[in-house]
Design a protein around this ligand. Sequence first.
Ligand SMILES: Cc1cc2nc3c(=O)[nH]c(=O)nc-3n(C[C@H](O)[C@H](O)[C@H](O)COP(=O)(O)OP(=O)(O)OC[C@H]3O[C@@H](n4cnc5c(N)ncnc54)[C@H](O)[C@@H]3O)c2cc1C
Length: 137
Amino acid sequence: MAPDVDVLAALKLARGANGRQSLSTVMSTLLPARLAKYVADKHGASGHLADMSDKVLVRVVNAVSDWAIKPAGTEGYRTAEVTLGGIDTRDLDSKSMEAKAVPGLYFIGECVDVTGWLGGYNFQWAWASGHAAGSAV
Ligand SMILES: Cc1cc2nc3c(=O)[nH]c(=O)nc-3n(C[C@H](O)[C@H](O)[C@H](O)COP(=O)(O)OP(=O)(O)OC[C@H]3O[C@@H](n4cnc5c(N)ncnc54)[C@H](O)[C@@H]3O)c2cc1C
């Protein structure tokens, strides 16, 4: 978070200028206020800046600058929008979508092992491969 800011320098500067401020007040100029308070509280930095050692500031800064998210899981098929896996593209002719091993058999779209980012690429693939196969047939 706050990728373009030297957070440690900003906190040290604020500590020198007005040590009676709370760390979360200063951090709220860099992050949303509730998030700033959460980070400060979580790292035991809820008092005045003047009372905080460099060690405490570094701990907070690490939490901000090296913030990591570990997903707890997925929402499963209920909200799934695209599938991985399927018929190997190496077994299909890339222009006609015809199976190399079985002339006259075509595969397109979702059943082929092609997976796009969300945002229209899967529709594009389904339609484009369908068009290619339809034209070939
Ligand atoms: C909730 C959701 C949101 C999505 N949003 C996006 C998006 O925003 N942008 C994007 O690019 N992609 C999106 N996708 C992915 C996209 O919809 C698919 O990649 C695309 O529709 C695949 O097209 P398709 O024709 O290959 O397969 P499908 O659209 O799945 O069509 C297969 C058809 O075959 C029929 N069928 C199955 N078995 C048989 C059978 N035995 N006999 C006869 N018919 C059969 C099915 O009923 C179905 O109509 C989304 C998917 C989901 C589920």
